[in-house]
Design a protein around this ligand. Sequence first.
Ligand code: AP5
Length: 228
Amino acid sequence: MRLLLLGPPGAGKGTQAHRLMARYSIPQLATGDMLRKEVADRSELGRTAAEIMERGDLVSDDLIIAMIAGRIDQEDCRNGFILDGFPRSPAQAEALDTMLSSRASALDRVIEIGVDDDILVSRITGRFTCRACGAGYHDVFRKPARSGVCDVCGSTDFVRRADDNEDTVRSRLAVYHCRTEPLLPYYASRGILVTVDGMAGIDAVTEQILAALAASSTIDSDGGRPLE
Ligand code: AP5
């Protein structure tokens, strides 16, 4: 299954991708995580991306497309993948189509996680992650069972992202509406888009996605209108 999760920052793409990975045994390809690794490694790409990410803009299409191009050919993607954070511009969507069609492949399903802007700021500014295993938490919505201890690996070392502050979140939201939302009618016109209610609780969102995927055995992914 080749799946794309679309939605604004804080919609729950990463949260749901982790659950779907476990369920379908396919990897999550998260361009934001890949970029943060480049930043941590102080690579040339990481040095270019750091400042762009901190102000909430998009890293250039060329750099992102080059970063993801070889990834879908790796062995762990043989049975599919979950794209999280890519594509997020028309040029990236076209590049993805080209990559997949040259491999006689296509996206099976695009899941939009719809959430009102108002709630996204509180979701993002309350987010923190286990540094050791990457498990995601929230100050209010998803606390660890034992305060200060990761449920998954027992680590007590947590991190917050540099771009998870209110000003940057508002910029990221504006960029999402301007650059990424135009992908929704593109995928809708191909009959592969499903929108789930991301305002619901985390478990309820997972159930909506699983129901949509269960109903997708007769997906028609041909056709579609060109991106503007
Ligand atoms: P990226 O890392 O992709 O960030 P994002 O798209 O802004 O999304 P987030 O990771 O912030 O949110 P999410 O939807 O995964 O939410 P989460 O599950 O954590 O990108 C970062 C930056 O990298 C970009 O700004 C850009 O600069 C650059 N970049 C990345 N990809 C790029 C590309 N393709 N092109 C160009 N530039 C690129 O949930 C958020 C919080 O809410 C968590 O604490 C969670 O516990 C909680 N939560 C989740 N679901 C629920 C729920 N249903 N109810 C209550 N709480 C919930």
